[in-house]
Write a protein that binds this ligand. Structure first.
Ligand code: MEV
Length: 337
């Protein structure tokens, strides 16, 4: 039996969610929340946290094992530090950590392979979407991403994840590293579970019917492009304006939720707030608030019924952990056995 433990971070999409599914640019960065996955090879049967692996309960893990693993049964233990269905990248973190551990069992540990395989797993399990979440969780730091073979030229190119859809041209995105100034962001989780696959499908339907939705997706991509110089230089006032603009555009395409809007309203006019927007797929999930007074924003989110947390963005991506990782109880510490 060989044991490998990998971890991968959650993410926030700064700009361009949904637009990126259609090839427009997006910018994303990682949070300091991490999910840990331990994979033991040589098991009797595939298990997850002591239960038989099941396609309903373990969709991402099962897809990873079925599509990216040639060895025998595996025993998987997970410790998810990223809240699920909150728009902060829990399924990407789980997928990237699992794919990393499976790849490491094969002696492979290169980020381009992990990013490609993780995108393949997430998209297969989810039935749609872009490689944004899996790529940023793999790469760490911050990334810019665009589709249709577009190179943004914002930083060094990292990789080009692709996906083959039957009877269609292969889908392909380019991922680049972007540098952003240090920022304090406050996340407010509405507690309403947002389902990425449903929100992506909803936008796809709206796009078919409504030219305004198509224009707004284009506008969201333009906002991503506009934001890069301000993120680089740390011009938080301008970044905040663009966040407000992006939030309105996301509302227009129909992915906002009253509980999420309530949190945006609670922080928007507070002293110290530069801007606020929903982040991720929407339909619930979380807001992102850029502020110089995090405590104030966190209190306002709490009073409005949300769950706040301040996060450091731009940290490490996927990581191979010491297999001797000890059991430590604590909020960010892994509790694997
Ligand atoms: C979800 O975090 C971001 C979306 O743009 C979907 C995707 O890019 O896969 C809504």
């Amino acid at each position: 039996m060989t044991r490998i433990i990998c971890s991968a971070p959650g993410k926030v999409i700064l700009f361009g969610e949904h637009a990126v599914v259609y090839g427009h640019p997006a910018l994303a960065t990682v949070t300091d929340q991490r999910t840990y996955v331990q994979v033991d090879s040589g098991a009797q049967r595939n298990t997850v946290n002591g239960h038989r692996m099941h396609d309903h309960h373990h969709r991402y893990l099962m897809t990873a094992v079925e599509r990216c693993w040639m060895g025998g049964p595996v025993d998987i233990q997970t410790d998810g530090g990223v809240p699920s269905a909150s728009g902060t990248g829990s399924s990407a973190a789980l997928t990237v950590a699992a794919v990393s551990a499976l790849a490491a069992h094969e002696g492979i540990y290169d980020y381009a392979t992990i990013a490609q395989r993780s995108f393949f797993v997430e998209r297969s399990a989810q039935g749609g979407g872009s490689p944004t979440d899996t790529s940023v969780s793999t790469a760490g730091g911050a990334i810019a991403i665009a589709g249709h073979g577009e190179t943004l030229g914002l930083g060094p190119k990292l990789w080009s994840p692709t996906f083959h859809e039957p009877d269609q041209e292969d889908l392909r995105w380019n991922v680049e590293r972007v540098s952003i100034a240090p920022m304090t962001v406050v996340i407010g989780n509405s507690g309403v579970r947002g389902r990425t696959s449903e929100e992506v499908a909803k936008v796809a339907r709206a796009m078919q019917r409504n030219a305004m939705v198509r224009d707004t997706l284009q506008q969201l991509g333009d906002i991503s492009r506009d934001a890069v110089p301000y993120l680089r230089s740390g011009d938080l006032v301008e970044v905040g304006h663009l966040m407000d603009q992006a939030h309105r555009a996301l509302h227009t395409i129909g992915v906002n939720h009253p509980a999420v809007q309530g949190l945006v309203d609670a922080v928007r006019d507070l002293p110290g707030t530069f801007g606020a927007k929903m982040t991720g797929a929407g339909g619930g999930g979380s807001i992102l608030c850029l502020t110089e007074q995090p405590e104030r924003a966190m209190n306002a989110i709490r009073e409005a019924g949300g769950i706040p947390f301040a996060v450091e963005v731009g940290g490490q991506g996927a990581r191979l952990e010491d297999p001797e990782l000890t059991v430590v109880e604590g909020s960010h510490a892994p509790k694997l056995r």
